[in-house]
Ligand binder design. Structure first.
Ligand SMILES: *[C@@H]1O[C@H](CO)[C@@H](O)[C@H](O)[C@H]1NC(C)=O
Ligand SMILES: *[C@@H]1O[C@H](CO)[C@@H](O)[C@H](O)[C@H]1NC(C)=O
Ligand SMILES: *[C@@H]1O[C@H](CO)[C@@H](O)[C@H](O)[C@H]1NC(C)=O
Ligand SMILES: *[C@@H]1O[C@H](CO)[C@@H](O)[C@H](O)[C@H]1NC(C)=O
Ligand SMILES: *[C@@H]1O[C@H](CO)[C@@H](O)[C@H](O)[C@H]1NC(C)=O
Length: 788
């Protein structure tokens, strides 16, 4: 029974399941399928969405591109400005040409070839004495006992000409010098080739650029008798620009000569290859000179004639005279009583700023929170000045605002083009990278950890200072503002949303690292004032004084720009500006009556220090770590210095505001900011004054005198000195004292060292940091001429 019933039960069950099977199966499949479909659709939508998010950071903002005024891809310039001399056109498909030189000697197992500007070369000097970007430039280089002059005539006759003159400073140490002139095509398939000529003192080369046609170029040597050796070399492979020096090194050989000067390093003769690089080496005893003539020309075969170079000096002279008279017309330095040497110094400062303008092309490496790994944004192109040809040979967002104060005085439309070029970098989020590192040429010169640009990070919108200046001087046409305006709006919004603070009407720099005890005070690179002390314990509810002031200033400039083109948004910006300029509200947020100063607000300890930690093994160096001595509390961050001055610096304080009194007397106080060389960045009584941030990270914005902020302080003093109010007379007095302190010291250090510097020591006045630094330190010319 058991078995049959069991069987029947079993059968029944089976029959049951059999009869229902198709339906359930069908039902299940349908369910599973639609579930799968939904899962897939959701997954797919997520993929598309996250792909979209990942792409945001690398998607350019595509409103109508603002006009690149006056400049075309066919314009030639010394725009490989990170090299001692590098000429190309404002295009990625150019041919670049330039100079290398070396003595015939081995130093530390290598031949020190000079190519890209490097502090390690220890040149006594390299400076553009005159440069106007479009037409000509004259540069002086002193390298040990060698003096080189490089004179460039640009955009004449559909090309350029260069005269290189080499001499010895002292005739007691006479040695042969090697000069290498090179041509390198940048686009694939473009080439350059060498021709034989009958004239022994003429070198002739030509080639073809797909995008712009045929070119020819020649080198004419002046003094045949001093020449020991000449060589023409074409590289069989295609070296990158940054690697040209290595290409030379790899192709040098030791050549015995029968002359009194001994042997030389000669470049291989190898002129038959069609290549992207051709080089011409001249080994000679100075003095000698040569002229390189380059032109785009339809006819490849024509040999150059001597007459093409004979008029070089007279042509240059005309341009130099024009430069000199234009310089005086604009800056009135003679009229102001400056002597010849001081005026030449000022000309060098402006010329170096202009001669440092570079054209860059390539992709920026960026990352947003949606990207697991850095991604490439680009290719982009950028026309920009650089802070330092040796140390910072690339674009820096906030520096550029200051650079263009100088450039726009001398070349207003060049400035407009540069500013447009920066705004063309903007992505759809309204973000512009802080450091613009485009292509291998630029990447090769940046420490790895600084390459990736983070789209949550800003930098002071100092371009608004430049824009305000162009607006006030009526340089910007309505058409130009209209073209730029959508980008400006988006940029403003980017700051006004991504850098907003938790407290109403406050702002906060992103990019600070919380909980890192290896630094004395974690840096705020985004603010531009890197290691200037901020709240010692970063939190999301801290807020920063300087950024709020920048935003106030930006709103005001936006309102003025909008008004000029009758854009409806102008009321909104005006309202925004009125809100941020409201002195009561500003004081409510940022004034501390306890410390009698404007300050950042955040979680801050008044006493921290770096201490040595025990080494964990004999081979490991002792490390330092921060020790927090007094407990942090939330409130004013009372580290008096440049940051505390921002409401004054950007003239947000009303001239009648009594707080001005305390600012002015603190500025004049030698125990705080006043020095005979300008205002120091951080007060002497701060525990961070002149302190290392880690054992290997020296103080930067912790005492040294910086020229961009001193410029803004002078601009503010001038404003308060010209505006009615109780502090007018004191402002006038401080203005004239500060102005002469700064000018005197920068000039003195220039005479002493041959350079303008990144910063000046607050105790000795000596130049510090990188050099030449003819970025914003060149503002000294505007200080001399009082063009604020
Ligand atoms: C540059 O462009 C501006 C505006 O279009 C024009 O007024 C100016 O004359 C131009 N300057 C030169 C040097 O071409
Ligand atoms: C370049 O020169 C070659 C040889 O003289 C000639 O055949 C060719 O047409 C030229 N190309 C252009 C674009 O002028
Ligand atoms: C900036 O942001 C604040 C706070 O969200 C907002 O009230 C203000 O309208 C914004 N300003 C502009 C001009 O968009
Ligand atoms: C970018 O910066 C933000 C804010 O400082 C930070 O949270 C984030 O980790 C950074 N991203 C990368 C990839 O460094
Ligand atoms: C400022 O200086 C002017 C001229 O020297 C003088 O007449 C005036 O009284 C001074 N004002 C103040 C507030 O000291």
């Amino acid at each position: 029974m058991n078995s049959s019933s069991a069987r029947s039960k079993h059968r029944k069950t089976k029959a049951n399941s059999n009869s229902k099977a198709p339906k359930t199966w069908f039902f299940n499949i349908k369910h599973v399928l639609s579930a799968l479909l939904i899962v897939f659709a959701v997954w797919f939508a997520q993929q598309v969405y996250s792909w979209h998010l990942m792409r945001l950071v690398i998607t350019p903002f595509d409103s109508v591109k603002p006009l690149a005024v006056n400049y075309s891809a066919y314009q030639w310039g010394t725009v490989k400005s990170g090299y001692y001399l590098g000429i190309k056109s404002l295009s990625p498909y150019s041919i670049s040409s330039g100079l290398m030189w070396f003595r015939n000697e081995v130093v530390e197992n290598s031949i020190p070839i000079r190519h890209w500007c490097s502090q390690g070369d220890h040149l006594q000097k390299y400076t553009w004495l005159q440069h106007d970007f479009d037409n000509f430039g004259v540069q002086e280089i002193v390298d040990g006992n060698i003096k080189l002059e490089t004179k460039v005539i640009l955009n004449e006759d559909n090309g350029w000409k260069v005269k290189v003159s080499v001499s010895h400073i002292s005739t007691t140490d006479v040695k042969p010098i090697s000069l290498v002139w090179y041509w390198r095509t940048e686009a694939e398939n473009d080439f350059v080739t060498v021709h034989q000529t009958n004239d022994m003192n003429v070198f002739y080369t030509s080639g073809h650029l797909l995008k712009s046609g045929n070119f020819s170029s020649s080198v004419h040597i002046s003094k045949r008798s001093n020449v020991l050796y000449k060589s023409r070399f074409s590289s069989g492979f295609s070296p990158q620009h940054v690697d040209l020096k290595e290409t030379v090194l790899q192709n040098l050989f030791w050549l015995q000569t029968k002359n009194e000067f001994g042997d030389i390093f000669a470049l291989k003769q190898n002129a038959d290859v069609i290549s992207n690089v051709v080089m011409y080496q001249i080994v000679a005893i100075p003095p000698f000179d040569f002229v390189v003539n380059f032109k785009m020309s339809p006819d490849l075969e024509k040999t150059p004639s001597r007459s093409e170079v004979s008029d070089f000096d007279s042509l240059l002279k005309t341009k130099q005279d024009e430069f000199d008279s234009k310089f005086e017309d604009i800056f009135h330095l003679k009229e102001k009583g400056y002597g010849k040497d001081e005026i030449n110094f000022a000309k060098a400062a402006v010329s170096n700023m202009i001669g440092s303008i570079g054209y860059f092309y390539g992709s920026s490496v960026v990352q947003s929170k949606y990207n697991e790994k850095p991604v490439k944004y680009g290719p982009l192109q950028l026309l920009t000045a650089v802070p330092s040809r040796s140390f910072f040979p690339r674009g820096f967002l906030w520096d550029e605002g200051f650079h263009n104060l100088v450039i726009s005085k001398f070349k207003p439309y060049l400035s407009v083009s540069i500013i447009n070029s920066w705004f063309n970098l903007m992505n759809v989020e309204g973000w512009i990278p802080r450091e613009v590192i485009l292509g291998r040429d630029s990447e090769a010169r940046v420490p790895q950890e600084f390459i990736v640009q983070n789209n949550t990070n800003g930098n002071p919108p100092a371009l608004f200072i430049a824009l305000k200046n162009l607006l006030d001087t009526n340089i910007l046409s309505e058409k130009q503002i209209e073209a730029l305006f959508p980008r400006l709006q988006l940029w403003f919004t980017w700051f006004n949303t991504s850098q907003i603070g938790l407290r109403e009407s406050s702002y906060r720099w992103r990019g600070r690292h919380a909980g890192i005890d290896s630094e004395l005070n974690t840096k705020t690179l985004t603010s531009g004032l890197d290691d200037y002390p901020r709240a010692s314990h970063p939190t999301d509810d801290e807020y920063h004084l300087d950024l709020r002031c920048w935003m106030a200033f930006a709103s005001k400039v936006m309102a003025e720009l909008a008004e000029k083109i009758r854009h409806p948004s102008h009321l909104m910006y005006q309202e925004n500006a009125m809100h941020l300029y409201d002195n009561n509200l500003l004081e409510e947020l940022h004034w501390s009556s306890e410390f009698n100063m404007f300050c950042d607000v955040g979680m801050h300890s008044l006493n921290v220090k770096l201490v040595k930690t025990k080494s964990s093994g004999p081979q490991i160096k002792p490390k330092t770590q921060r020790k927090v001595i007094s407990k942090p509390r939330f409130g004013c961050v009372p580290e008096f210095g440049y940051i505390s001055l921002f409401p004054f610096i950007l003239t947000i304080l009303e001239p009648t505001n009594p707080k001005l009194q305390s600012i002015l007397s603190n500025i004049r106080n030698e125990d705080l900011l006043w020095t005979p060389f300008g205002l120091r960045s951080l007060a002497k009584n701060s525990i961070y004054y002149r302190k290392y941030n880690t054992e290997v990270d020296p103080p930067y914005w912790r005492g040294a005198v910086w020229i961009n902020i001193n410029f803004l302080v002078l601009k503010a003093l001038k404003y308060y000195g010209e505006t009615d109010g109780p502090h007018r007379n004191e402002s006038v007095l401080l203005y004239s004292q500060l102005r002469s302190n700064i000018v005197n010291n920068i000039y003195k250090q220039y005479v002493k060292t041959g350079y303008i510097w990144e910063q000046y020591d607050d105790l000795t006045g000596e130049g510090k940091g990188s050099h030449p630094f003819t970025g914003w330190s060149s503002l000294v010319v505007l200080i001399m001429s009082e063009k604020f």
